[in-house]
Design a protein. Sequence first.
Length: 654
Amino acid sequence: MNSESSFRIWIEHVQPQVNAGQYPIKRTVGESVKVTADIFTDGHDQLTAVLAYRPASAEVWREAILQADWNDAWSGEFHVTEEENYFYRVSAWINTWSTLASGLRKKFEAGHDVTNELLEAGDYVELTAGRTKEAALKARLRSFANRLIALDNYGALVDECCAPSTFKLMETCQERRQLAQFPRTLMVQVDRERARFGSWYEMFPRSAGITAGKRGANFREAAGRLPEIAAMGFDVLYLPPIHPIGLTNRKGRNNALTAEEGDVGSPWAIGGPVGGHKAIETSLGDLEDFQFFLKEAQGLGIEIALDLALQCSPDHPYLREHPEWFRRRPDNTIHYAENPPKKYEDIHPFNFECDDWRGLWNELLSIVRYWVSQGVNIFRVDNPHTKPLKFWEWLIAEVRRTDPQVLFLSEAFTRPKIMYALAKLGFHQSYTYFTWRNSKSELLEYVGELTSTEVREYFRPNFFTNTPDILNDYLQHGGRAAFEIRLILAATLASNYGIYSGFELCESTAVPGTEEYQDSEKYQLKFRNWDSDGNIKPLIRQINQLRRDYRALQFTSNLKFCQSSDAHIIAYSKSVTDEAGRSETILAVVNLDPHRAHEAMISLPGAQFGLSEQTQFGVRDLLSGEEYLWRQGENYVRLDPATRVAHLLLYSHP
């Protein structure tokens, strides 16, 4: 390859890249990386541009030819097939043969004498042959050069110069003149599929008892709920902290400041006489019991996600063994957690800037590695935005270096730029504002930002419908239909979504004037009748099965909104094309009003669906099994939450 650096070729606006290449874009195994760039030169010389890529473990770069579109826009793609980082870069050079052949054709068709042009082409082919080492190829080139120099039958020679086979021959061995390369080599973080697609269920194992009793369930008893969770179609089960719960300043029921006898406390107040973050709450059992629970889940196709809450109760061994890891007030008491007006007297945060910060950071890393050694490969991280971003960048990189299968979900309900920064520096998934985006305009704006801007390249949203901390007003007052609507939206807008247990029972009672659940199981045991009237378990099971059956629902960034004439009806589509060129599109139409029926005209843009002007096509509602005839342009829908809240229409492209 010619090492000459071009001063004539300009390469700019290479996409995708994050922060000018400071952070990697994200993909999962099997996905493609579509790269675009603006590439041009002065004058009329023809260019060739390539996308070079390789896994980090390989030394040889592979190349994919970029195709030129209008206005000097070029594009190409490659697929990532290994669970490791990939590198990619864009380069271009003047294609001397293409320039010669193009000029030759134009002049010949204009009736000009092309003798000199044919001789010039012959000289170039001969020069190329001289640089070629392969004997057979050298012979072919010299034979071609001799025909050009002989000037026998101008028309036939022009046709041969411009033939695709000749272009391919010359591309194989011609020099890359005026080679230019985009100055940055960019990176792709390639993760396993679960980073992109998963259905999450959150459960307090201590509340997994079937009937009310005086104590909570242990892990072996809680395992009794696993078949039902698997039957609903969930593949990730997230457990709040399973560690010993402190006694000092333990919170009582409904977050009471003083606990009464028998109160179980908040699992986020981690640490007691029996241990800290590497120990298990004795009421749940021991490590052997946890391993039993873990294996039972794995046997049902469920991964266990553990909560990683880096904080301590006043009884945590760290306070005794490493007091230097905590901040002290002027009165010499250890600083407890606060989020005014809220106070968390049962929790002490770490001081990540203490003198022994290296010792602290390494100990926290050892917590993750301990649970990975026990078979846990997913962590939901509590409040990561209250710890230094550089700490997370370091910790996730260290874990990824030895255990690339481990995934981290960021629970950072904070300002958007901090949420995005956490995703850039390593978090595989992120909680979002979806919980509070309920109107059509809010969803269009927010989901549009996540799917149609640079954010889509690094931020993988996980749309939780509710959490132990969040029972929003929409669910409190919308009735069963509100739960159905939010389920369908979460599970079809995003490829990762989750529910907190009780959602399937449409639990909607909050502490008045708040989003807090009344009698929250954050502070007490909660026993439920999982088959109570009005539950939506059949719909959850159906939705999760559809997500597994239809690949279009297993991505987030393929979402496109469609026009709807009613302010309460939202419509959007998701499409995928398989390796054989077969495409499927799922069109979701959802009534966002849980109380009233609405009608709308849904407009389908032909280009988005591969439709001609008058195309009519059949669709099947995956929720009801009904079939309809739709067409490009406007289509009428009516959705009454008393009978149905949504259509999920399957269109199989011809």
